[in-house]
Write a protein that binds this ligand. Structure first.
Ligand SMILES: Cc1cc2nc3c(=O)[nH]c(=O)nc-3n(C[C@H](O)[C@H](O)[C@H](O)COP(=O)(O)OP(=O)(O)OC[C@H]3O[C@@H](n4cnc5c(N)ncnc54)[C@H](O)[C@@H]3O)c2cc1C
Length: 386
């Protein structure tokens, strides 16, 4: 098969690798607008079950990724002056995005896949002779944009502005810091992804954006303001930038996942909000599902593409609901913070997507669950006495 993959992010590279590894005769080209060795952002998290599925399919790549990961199971939830340390039952892994792409690029090059960097695709005319065109080109997908009606694309922007920074040290433990200032509410989310680097995502709500004057500041001024707001956590470390522009998140959903010989995977298919920390693995698992459909049905696109949807859509829909609940929780973060009690707030945060209820929380974050319930029972007893 002659396959063109637009976008050399985690989804596109992983799909290229799986297809070529399975069938070396495939002629696969990956086209990427960025230069080799460049990307946006810092470190990303990769969940355990996804890593196991990847290991079962391509152990070489899974092991290479695991060797570069930083594992952790603790997270501080801070609400103004108070905080709770949550210890999760399972460990999450984080990896530098550039390193992850490096592993996948090497895995592709080892198999003879052509990677074309610094080549932006603006229309699909150059790919008319290809059997399959894969849109792995992120939330602003050109492949999808060639015919939004065919894909049934719906998209809109959230209202909370955010920016993705780094910090040149391992900030431990991971933390989510929710803070009232005189100008509104700010959120700082950080986690270490290697021994000397952390990701730091800063966010505020729409009201704060204008009330605090952030809307009128330049990006360097915003960076300084965030450093001042979270100075106690940063302890003198400046924020590091990598295309760290303040923007709002674009929500993208498609009713149809393929049209003719064009198919969507990763953020091009459905953008995953960063608050669920799963966009990378969802993108790679889309690639895995599309590959599985090819393994089942050979090169018969009329069977492969519907099978891809059948395998993957139920899970994607579940995550879609969780993602929506999560970003809506953040869109209303001011209200969530209003209660003021860090324990109730943490409980609200941990159960915000609906995927974790009290029953699951007991296994998901056992010590937090036990402490929280003890406090609730004590409160109920003292209320009964009064
Ligand atoms: C602030 C922030 C924090 C995040 N944190 C996490 C996290 O902790 N864990 C996690 O799992 N996910 C996280 N994500 C989400 C994650 O980055 C994405 O979900 C993931 O990268 C999607 O992979 P992808 O391959 O579908 O798309 P991308 O990684 O976006 O790759 C698409 C590629 O296509 C290229 N491209 C686009 N258009 C064209 C074109 N016209 N021609 C050629 N090339 C093109 C782009 O340059 C890019 O390299 C975060 C995202 C943000 C914004």
């Amino acid at each position: 098969m002659k396959i063109a993959i637009i976008g050399a992010g985690p989804a596109g590279l992983y799909f290229a690798r799986l297809m070529k590894r399975h069938q070396p005769a495939h002629q696969i080209e990956v086209i990427e607008q960025n230069p080799f060795g460049a990307t946006y952002g810092f470190g990303v998290t990769l969940g355990g079950p996804a890593r196991e599925r990847m290991k079962a399919t391509d152990p070489e790549v899974a092991d290479a990724l695991a060797a570069l990961m930083h594992f952790n199971n603790k997270q501080r939830i801070c609400l103004d002056g108070e905080d709770v340390l949550v210890e999760y039952a399972s460990y999450g892994g984080a990896i530098e995005r550039l390193k992850l792409l490096g592993v996948l690029q090497k895995a592709c090059l080892d198999l003879g896949i052509a990677l074309h960097h610094q080549r932006r695709v603006d229309d699909l005319s150059a790919f008319a002779a290809y059997d399959l065109i894969v849109g792995a080109d992120g939330p602003n997908s050109v492949v999808r944009g060639t015919d939004p009606a065919a894909f049934g694309t719906h998209s809109y922007s959230l209202t909370n502005p955010f920016a993705w920074y780094g910090v040149a040290k391992a900030m431990k433990p991971n933390a989510l810091v929710f803070r009232h200032t005189k100008d509104g509410v700010f959120v700082g989310h950080y986690y270490a992804y290697k021994s000397d680097m952390s990701t730091f995502v800063a966010e505020c709500d729409a009201k704060t954006w204008t009330q605090s004057g952030f809307d009128r500041l330049s990006d360097p001024e915003r960076k300084s303001a965030i450093e001042a707001i979270f100075a106690d956590h940063l302890q003198g470390e400046p924020l590091v930038e990598n295309k760290s522009i303040w923007r709002t998140f674009k929500v993208v959903v498609n009713e149809r996942w393929f049209s003719g010989n064009r198919v969507l995977i990763g953020d091009a298919l459905r953008s995953a909000h960063f608050s669920i920390g799963s966009g990378t693995r969802l993108a790679m698992e889309d690639a895995l599902a599309l590959f599985e459909a090819f393994s089942e049905h050979g090169e018969d696109l009329a069977k492969v593409l519907p099978r891809y949807v059948e395998i993957r859509k139920p899970i994607r829909d579940l995550f879609g609901v969780a993602t929506e609940r999560s970003f809506n929780w953040y869109e209303n973060v001011r209200q969530a913070m209003a209660g003021g009690d860090v324990w109730d707030f943490t409980h609200d945060f941990l159960t915000r997507t609906g995927r974790v209820d009290d029953k699951r929380l007991k296994d998901y974050a056992p010590s937090f669950y036990a402490d929280y319930m003890r406090r609730k029972n004590a409160d109920a007893r003292s209320a009964a006495v009064q």
